[in-house]
Design a protein around this ligand. Structure first.
Ligand code: 13P
Length: 338
């Protein structure tokens, strides 16, 4: 393990004004996105779509790294340059989603899951590093329901996240540690804060127990928000305040950075929340975005399988807005101006 490499990569991932594009939708998930624009989920369409995103003008000014799905890591852009090489040539760090999905948890309640993919991970990481990946992602999913989350679900997911992180560091790959408390319930924001609190405590406990070096990870948490089905939606200031409170309680200053998932928030709200938190700084860690939907939704719609320039323009705008939010310099008038 090379601690210097890990630390430098992690710092570069959260460099000021830069964030991460999550473009690692599995073949099943990208089908759901393509269905929305009436595009068939073929390899050629997936390749063309990702090529459009990765050749967006100026996107390297706003983007430190891109999380790829395995197919894309080993694929080539439309000019026949391997995708990881195309990204690295622009100064954008290639990353790879290494988990194999959240599967129903035996003995769990309701919809609880545990994320799979540890078997053979050491060997896969070697292959991914050789292909150019310098960081990885593993997403654990925690649901809020009547009787969930159980301590059992939190524990097994935290344990798996730490096992994954330790294996990544052994391979000189920075692990993005992603414990996502889902926001699609009808719970209030206080419940989200309480659950996020318990989950982060468990995750950092396991990282410590499994000897993961905090200087060489990036945390990718949910923000503390009201459930999508809750009638009382907390305002931007409350989301920022509660999210920062829970992060300050659990994330040691040794962690170089925190890069949020968007989790179903609208594009603009995801930007506004990040901006409000950075305006409330100084903070002990870099605080940025690692959005999937909130970075891609507008680009996907504008592209719709054929309008490459419109897709790039939409992607560039969203990336720029989030870059400003990562600096605490975003303003809603910038959206209207565009
Ligand atoms: P969303 O921003 O769409 O939640 O996706 C981020 C991600 O990488 C989930 O694992």
């Amino acid at each position: 393990m090379n601690l210097k490499t890990l630390h430098e990569t992690a710092l570069a991932m959260v460099a000021p004004g830069k964030g991460i594009l999550a473009a690692d939708e599995s073949t099943g998930t990208i089908k759901k996105r393509f269905d929305q624009i009436g595009i068939e989920n073929t390899w050629a369409h997936r390749r063309a779509y990702r090529d459009m995103l990765f050749t967006t003008p100026d996107f390297e000014k706003y983007t430190s790294g891109v999380i790829l799905f395995e197919e894309t890591l080993f694929d080539k852009g439309l000019d026949d340059t391997p995708f990881p090489k195309l990204l690295a040539a622009r100064g954008v760090i290639p990353g790879i989603k290494v988990d194999q999905g959240a599967k129903p948890l035996a003995g769990g309640v309701a919809e609880e899951t545990v994320t799979e993919g540890l078997d053979g991970l050491r060997e896969r990481l070697e292959k991914y590093r050789a292909a150019g990946a310098r960081f990885a992602k593993w997403r654990a999913v925690i649901t809020i329901g009547e009787d969930s989350p159980t301590d059992y679900a939190i524990h097994v997911n935290a344990h798996a996240l730490a096992r994954y992180a330790a294996l990544c560091q052994e391979a000189d790959i920075v692990p993005i540690v992603e414990p996502e408390v889902l926001m699609d319930g009808d719970n209030d924001i206080e419940t989200c804060e309480d659950v996020t609190d318990v989950v982060l405590a468990a995750v950092f406990g396991e990282l410590y127990a499994q000897r993961v070096v905090l200087e060489g990870i990036i945390l990718k948490p949910n923000m503390v928000v009201s459930g999508a089905g809750c009638s009382d939606q907390a305002c931007i200031e409350e989301v920022a305040e509660r999210t920062l409170r829970v992060l300050r309680r659990h994330v040691p200053a040794a962690v170089p950075g925190i890069a949020f998932l968007s989790g179903g928030q609208s594009d603009e709200l995801a930007t506004a929340h990040l901006d409000a938190m950075n305006k409330a700084g100084p903070l002990p860690w870099g605080l940025t975005f690692s959005y999937g939907r909130a970075l891609q939704a507008a680009a996907l719609k504008a592209w719709s399988g054929k309008n490459v320039d419109a897709g790039k323009a939409a992607h560039q705008h969203r990336a720029k807005m989030n870059s400003l939010a990562a600096l605490g310099k975003w303003d809603q008038s910038l959206e209207r101006a565009a």
